[in-house]
Every structure is written in structure tokens, then in C-alpha cells.
Design a protein around this ligand. Structure first.
Ligand code: 5AD
Ligand code: SF4
Length: 439
């Protein structure tokens, strides 16, 4: 009989949560749990939650409802909630959901082993204190999910920007950067285990080490990581346009391993809305950074985030957003209807726009982006690209990889190419992917 304890972990939200989940798996392995994809088999269910929009939060409660009935049939099952909803709700979640055993916030992963052991002995607990120093990062290793050729490495966490709509500074705390030496060490370890692509991760990587005198800035950190032999390709996310320095822009011209892609969320193309959002730049300033990036690296691909229906957004404001999109020509754009988050500055702003009008704007924006994405993918036909092969495609019939510009690509070849950079010629540009032939 299989006596190993089983963990079922579900992750919602952004890459920071995906990265935290990798660490959670590692921590739980340390106390005897192996991961299962089947919640019905689990002895421990953990939800790593997101509260960026109301919908994401509702999803968490929906899932908890499902696990409640599982627990009724198996009283020994341990259920834990972590991440941003846990950070927000804390003890309230324990009261509201009596079947939940433990609640752990975004700074409390290092307490998780003890909390789960306590739950095994019947104790319920909640930990949501912020730890405002760099020691927090050391407590988070090791990663538990192996095998991938591309990994995230956290360089900073938290955010000091307080955009008017955003819950992140409230649930992730203030910016804290990790020391460059520790980042370089982690990347070395990853490359020794076969990782060839590294994405440096943080809520706002451009302000990396802004509060750590004596540490390299983000541009220099990129150079340090690029010097590591096993790193074949380097990426980073997310960038705040206001902190995108010329030194960082120059990296795209000067560091060959730096992939020609940047995720640069604009959020709106209207100066009035950008001001109300507290974004710290105008549409003109954003577009100037885009031009400088295109100049430094003509093949660079942009992705971004856009919010429609921010309180007070008029048709003219919205049109300015469409205009900005047309000027940038994003390869892909993530777009959302504004969702009021309790405790944020915008939550109390009067908002007279009809929800149906917001939905219509979102659909117009997405229709425009769909057209631009297809055109961009088609314009790559005939070009030579470098694809980092991640492994077999989902159908198993060919290989899957990504171009430097982060376009999903299918190509023929041997599975042994996983982790390698392969030169290809693009033969077809579809809505969501490219097809290519190795040269
Ligand atoms: N409503 C809608 N979208 C939001 N985002 C952040 N907060 C909100 C909100 N309250 C979007 C932003 C951000 C992305 C991760 O989520 O576009 O860049
Ligand atoms: Fe949220 Fe703004 Fe910080 Fe991004 S920069 S995490 S949108 S507050």
C-alpha cells in the first residue's frame, strides 16, 4: 500500500504565485508529502490564491466550497489557504470557513511546515505577519518542481507604487530586493540542473535594489546573470514604465542573451486616466520609452496590460487607449475590466459608466488586439528566429518552444533538443502560435 502523504496544490493568479507554489511543493516534500494532480487522493489541499480582481477572489471561494464536501467525506483531510486572499482575510477566513485548517499569508511560507505539522495534530492556525527584510528570501528555497528548462528566479517582491486600483501593495507589502550574490547563486544552481532560460521575477524589477545601497541596479544585475555560462536566454518581468531607465533600455542592445521581449503594462492611453490611476507617466512618456526600446532593439516584441472602465473613463479616454495600442502594436495584450478592490484609493471613486458599456469597450479593445496579433504573427513568416525548445508539443506530434520575442512556436525535431536554442525559419503565422522549420 502506498503510504506516502499526498499534496494537492492549486495556484491562482500571477507568476509570483506560480513561483511561490514551486517553493511550497519543495517545503511540503521536506515533511513527507508528494504532489498529486487528483484532489480526491489528497491528504493535504493547499490553495495559493489571488485577489487582483473580484472574479479571482470569487473563484477561490467556489473552490473552497468544493473541498468542503470532500472534507465531509474525509475528516482527516487538511485544507490550507495561502497567497493574496489569505493575506487579506487572515483569521477571518478560519472563522468564515470552519473546515479550513490553516491560513498563510504572502510572507509566511517559511512557517508552512510547522503549520501543516500542527494541523496533522489537530491545531488550526493563521500567519499573515509581514517580514520586512531580505532574510525572507532565504527561507523560501528550495524549489520542489523539477524538470523544466525555463525557470523564474525572484529578485524582488512587493510594490511601493500604490496604483489607485491595485491591491498588490496591500497584500504583498513594500518592495524588498534580494542580494545579487544570492540571485547569482540560485541561477548557477538552476543551470547545473539543466535549466537554460531564466526569467528574473518581481512586481517591479526596474526598481530592483533601489533601497539597497551598494548593490548593483537592475541593468547590472542582468549583466551579472548573463555572464553565467549555462544561461542561454534571459528574460525579466514585470516592468513599470516610469522606472524604465535608459541604462536598462540599452541592455537590449548590449546583452545578446537578453530576449527581445518586454512586458510593459500601459494600463491606459489617456493622460487623465493615467493620472487618476497614479501611474506616474503620460501616454507620450510611455510611447517615448517604447520608441527608445524599438531603437535599441528593432525586433523587440511588446506585451502589456490594459484596464478598461476605470472610474470616470469616457469614450474619448478609451479611444486614446486604442490609439496607444495602435502606435505600440503589441504582440499580445492582457485586458481587464476595472474591478474595485476594497482598501485601494480608487475603490471609493464615483463610477457612473454602465457595466454593459465597459463590456462593449473591452470587446472592442480585444477585437483590435486580435487583429494586430494575427498581423504581427503573419509578418514573421519568412524570418529567421531563435527558438528555445521546451519539449514535446501538447499533441506530442512535434516540439514546442518560444522565440526570443516570446511567441509560442511549433517545430519538428528530436526531443533531445529540449533546453537548446534552435535557429528556425517561420513558415506560418497563426492567431496564437507560429509554425517553423529548423534551419
Ligand atoms: N481591476 C482590473 N484590473 C486590475 N489589474 C490590477 N488591479 C486591477 C483591478 N483592480 C490588472 C492590471 C495589472 C494586471 C496584473 O492586472 O492591468 O497590470
Ligand atoms: Fe499594482 Fe501598480 Fe504595483 Fe503594478 S506597479 S503591482 S499595478 S501597484
Amino acid at each position: 500500500m502506498d503510504m506516502q502523504k499526498k499534496l494537492y496544490l492549486e495556484t491562482f493568479g500571477c507568476q509570483m504565485n506560480v513561483s511561490d507554489s514551486e517553493k511550497i511543493v519543495g517545503l511540503m516534500q521536506g515533511i513527507g508529502y508528494v504532489e498529486t494532480k487528483d484532489s480526491a487522493q489528497a491528504d493535504l489541499i493547499l490553495l495559493n490564491t489571488c485577489s487582483i480582481r473580484a472574479k479571482a477572489e470569487q473563484k477561490v471561494y467556489g473552490h473552497l466550497g468544493k473541498f468542503k464536501s470532500l472534507k465531509e467525506s474525509r475528516p482527516g483531510l487538511i485544507i490550507g489557504v495561502g497567497g493574496c486572499v489569505a493575506q487579506q482575510e487572515g483569521e477571518k477566513l478560519l472563522k468564515r470557513a470552519p473546515f479550513v485548517n490553516l491560513v498563510f499569508g504572502t510572507h509566511n511560507l517559511h512557517q508552512l511546515q510547522d503549520m501543516v505539522r500542527g494541523a496533522e495534530e489537530g491545531r488550526r492556525s493563521s500567519a499573515t505577519d509581514f517580514i520586512d527584510d531580505e532574510a525572507r528570501f532565504d527561507l523560501f528555497l528550495p524549489h520542489g518542481r523539477e524538470g523544466s528548462v525555463s525557470r523564474f528566479v525572484t529578485v524582488m517582491q512587493g510594490c511601493d507604487n500604490f496604483c489607485a486600483y491595485c491591491i498588490v501593495p496591500h497584500v504583498r507589502g513594500r518592495e524588498i530586493s534580494r542580494s545579487a550574490a544570492k540571485i547569482v547563486d540560485e541561477v548557477r544552481q538552476l543551470t547545473a540542473s539543466g535549466v537554460t532560460e531564466v526569467t528574473l521575477l518581481g512586481q517591479n524589477v526596474n526598481s530592483y535594489a533601489a533601497k539597497n545601497p551598494g548593490e548593483p541596479d537592475f541593468a547590472d544585475l542582468l549583466r551579472l546573470v548573463a555572464e553565467i555560462d549555462g544561461v542561454k536566454r534571459l528574460r525579466f518581468t514585470t516592468s513599470h514604465p516610469k522606472d524604465m531607465s535608459q541604462r536598462l533600455i540599452d541592455c537590449f542592445a548590449e546583452i545578446p542573451k537578453l530576449a527581445p521581449h518586454i512586458h510593459l503594462p500601459a494600463q491606459s492611453g489617456s493622460d487623465r486616466v493615467l493620472k487618476a490611476m497614479n501611474r506616474g507617466y503620460t501616454a507620450g512618456q510611455y510611447l517615448a520609452k517604447v520608441s527608445a526600446l524599438k531603437k535599441a532593439c528593432p525586433e523587440i516584441q511588446f506585451t502589456g496590460d490594459m484596464i478598461v472602465g476605470f472610474p470616470g473613463e469616457t469614450e474619448a479616454d478609451f479611444q486614446a487607449t486604442l490609439d496607444l495600442m495602435q502606435e505600440v502594436t503589441y504582440a499580445d495584450l492582457f485586458s481587464f475590466i476595472y474591478s474595485a478592490r476594497p482598501g485601494t484609493a480608487a475603490a471609493d471613486l464615483p463610477d457612473a459608466t454602465d457595466p454593459a458599456e465597459k463590456q462593449a469597450r473591452l470587446e472592442r479593445l480585444q477585437a483590435l488586439q486580435k487583429k494586430v496579433t494575427l498581423e504581427r504573427n503573419q509578418s514573421l513568416v519568412g524570418t529567421v528566429q531563435e527558438v528555445l525548445v521546451e519539449g514535446p508539443s501538447s499533441s506530442g506530434e512535434c516540439l514546442f518552444g518560444r522565440t526570443g520575442g516570446n511567441r509560442a512556436t511549433l517545430l519538428d525535431g528530436d526531443e533531445a533538443l529540449a533546453g537548446e536554442l534552435v535557429k528556425v525559419k517561420v513558415v506560418e503565422g497563426l492567431q496564437t502560435l507560429l509554425k517553423a522549420e529548423p534551419l
